[in-house]
Design a protein around this ligand. Structure first.
Ligand SMILES: Nc1nc2c(ncn2[C@@H]2O[C@H](COP(=O)(O)OP(=O)(O)O)[C@@H](O)[C@H]2O)c(=O)[nH]1
Ligand SMILES: Nc1ncnc2c1ncn2[C@@H]1O[C@H](COP(=O)(O)OP(=O)(O)O)[C@@H](O)[C@H]1O
Length: 222
């Protein structure tokens, strides 16, 4: 069996833009290890670790957790995973300092940028229900749970995220535009950015898949 072609991808997008939804499809097609900083942070908050206690004061306001905290967390997570030929970074880096701090550890091959209209974001977030322990997300108009109100796998109750309240979503959207948009420009200049615009994940996904397939095919010619 030939060795797996290495691929590190980063998925960026506004809150509720479909990062988790598209990541879930990418995991199946490309056998990625999925590292979602939102999920890792929510685990720390649930376990009330020192990092969780520090992070929750920012998360509840829709503010970003300080760069140094999140960088240490990701570097530790990556160290604990050892060699990862297929890595999908979801929601990190999301600031320029984070991207610069990551560079010595991981070089990103492809940046997937989801360009989703604000109105779509607001509608989706109000419909988002999650199974907190696993991070699985549901929406009654898009991917409803098999049984109303409970997680498909565990049967545990679904909840809405504390930071999915409308006023907090607006703060997160503002944060995204002010702080992550410069990072999108940084990757555009680097030539690794691929932007996908739209309002439906199922329409966007085939283009994301085709882009990654083309990248891998191009690399195998090298
Ligand atoms: N109606 C609709 N909902 C979607 C679509 N894609 C994702 N969602 C839902 O919108 C919410 C946000 O998606 P999610 O993947 O969690 O976004 P993230 O915050 O960027 O990870 C979730 O409840 C998803 O189930 C879509 O194409 N249409
Ligand atoms: N890379 C990061 N840098 C700083 N804070 C982060 C980062 N990733 C996640 N967070 C914190 O966790 C919260 C939830 O993140 P996430 O689940 O990715 O939600 P969203 O996609 O809606 O921004 C963010 O609002 C922020 O407070």
């Amino acid at each position: 069996m030939g060795s797996v072609q290495r691929l590190t991808a980063l998925i960026l997008g506004p809150p509720g833009g479909g990062k988790g939804t598209i990541s879930k499809k990418l995991l199946k097609d490309f056998n990625f290890l999925h590292l979602s900083t939102g999920d890792v942070l929510r685990r720390h908050v649930r376990d009330q670790t020192a990092v969780g206690k520090a992070a929750q004061t920012y998360m509840i306001r829709g503010a970003l957790v300080p760069d140094n905290v999140i960088v240490d967390l990701v570097v530790a997570e990556l160290a604990s995973k050892g060699h990862v030929p297929r890595l999908l970074l979801d929601g990190f880096p999301r600031t320029i300092p984070q991207a610069l701090a990551l560079e010595p550890h991981v070089s990103i091959d492809v940046v997937i940028d989801l360009d989703i209209p604000d109105q779509t974001i607001i509608e989706r977030i109000s419909n988002r229900w999650i199974h907190a322990a696993s991070g699985r997300t549901y929406a009654y108009d898009y991917n409803p749970p098999k049984q109303k109100g409970v997680d498909d796998v565990t049967g545990e109750p679904l909840v809405q995220r504390e930071d999915d309240k409308e006023e907090t979503v607006k703060a997160r959207l503002e944060q995204y535009k002010q702080i992550t948009t410069p990072l999108v420009d940084h990757y555009r200049y680097q030539g690794t950015l691929a932007t996908f615009s739209g309002t439906e994940s199922d329409v966007i996904y085939p283009y994301v898949k085709a882009h990654l397939d083309a990248f891998l095919a191009g690399r195998s010619q090298e």
